[in-house]
Design a protein around this ligand. Sequence first.
Ligand code: HEC
Length: 308
Amino acid sequence: MAAALRAVVLSGSGRSLLTPPKTIPTARASMSFASLSRGRKVALSTLGVLAAGGASLALALHHSVKASELELHPPSYPWSHGGMLSSLDHASVRRGYQVYKQVCAACHSMEYLAFRNLVGVSHTEAEVKALAEEVEVVDGPDDNGEMFTRPGKLSDYFPKPYPNPEAARVANNGALPPDLSYIVNARHGGEDYVFSLLTGYCDPPAGVSLLEDVYYNPYFPGQAIGMAPPIYNEVLEYDDGTPATMSQVAKDVCTFLRWAAEPEHDQRKRMGLKLIMGSAILVPLVYYLKRHRWSVLKSRKIAYRPPK
Ligand code: HEC
């Protein structure tokens, strides 16, 4: 048997040693559908039909619960940071922080952002220190077991407008203003959606009546949102003198929110560029090496030489 299974490894030039191979009869696994018993055929076919039916039912249900016809899908806007290699517009992040602080922070928390996060991104360290000192932070307990307030420090997190979600609901007619730290990642459409939401308030179409204290917004799921239109032209005055039109304000706050949700944004794209440039050199080298190493194995021929 051992002799019968002798295999000869031939180099490319040794072809003349080849004799036509004989096939060794082996037990063949019967895997084809035709060779199945009648019962199994029926069972398999039923399973197939059921799976296809289930999939189409799931698809149909999915479509029926998808956005109603009244809901507008946000268009995709040409964000200056939208490109594969484009960084965030940091002047815009800075203005966006101003919008958040002066407008949105009245209702929305950003509990995952600390003042120190702004350093080197939108403000200098001295500027951020001054910003932090504007807020009163409850700290303690001190040596007497009392809590006390002190001016904020770089390491403090952004102050919250309400002590807890219940208080937030009471102040907003039952609607809870979500935390904005990760909002552009938490909503379909990201900053396109938030921009559209902020600028998309309009009168309800004829025949639609709204409850008190909700506002019509075609981009919001259900169209009735508990947030009054937060921005309008000249809602604030920018420190850098940029005209504060509604769309400018919305764009800046969205850029700021993108940075907040993805602080690694610029670093990520820079790393990506380095990776692509590095790979451009490495991949061809590795490919060449692979071909070189495998050439011996790939160009040999294994033949069966039947026993004499
Ligand atoms: C007067 C309080 C108030 C202010 C100011 C305010 N919001 Fe809101 N916001 C709310 C409330 C309340 C909700 C919840 C609405 C709801 O669920 O119906 C909300 C919801 C949101 C949502 C989530 C919508 C969704 O899809 O669930 C976003 C995004 C948002 N606000 C962004 C902002 C931004 C950006 C600003 C600043 C320009 C801002 N808000 C200012 C009260 C406010």
